[in-house]
Design a protein around this ligand. Sequence first.
Ligand code: NI
Length: 169
Amino acid sequence: MIHKIVKYGAPVLEKKASPVTKFDNELKKLAEDMFESMYAALGVGLAAPQIGISVHLAVIDVTTGKNPEAKLVLANPEIIHVEGEQREEEGCLSLPGFRGNVIRPRYVTVRAQDVTGQIFEMRGEGLLARAFCHETDHLNGTLFIQHVGILKRDLIKRKIRKLVKAGDW
Ligand code: NI
């Protein structure tokens, strides 16, 4: 089932989500729905709060569906190691149409549970490292615009306010 993606302004995006405690069929279904919703929106990552569900669950696929083995479910993810630096433009499905330069580590190691509750660690580089940071941020109520410069952030917020007023957000 494809869920509607919640846009910036919704309180659920800026609050800390609850941990996943039950690794049951309901969670499996939620993860599947999140992949479906992410692919439909042409994203490379999606966090549960972005479909209005405040739990520590995210899905990532930096190949946008091209490689089934690249599908990652991260429950209760924690970043345990970072190295280096990368500066790239970043966007978010909850802020459609807006992008900004964000500095992230080049290498990121994440510790998480898979959809069955199994703990695993994974090291990502480049876009995957960036996705680990971006999605983990979401689960803690942080959006990428917190990491852009203050002028850029204010500009984005101003433009969004205009869109909201016009009924286009
Ligand atoms: Ni996002």
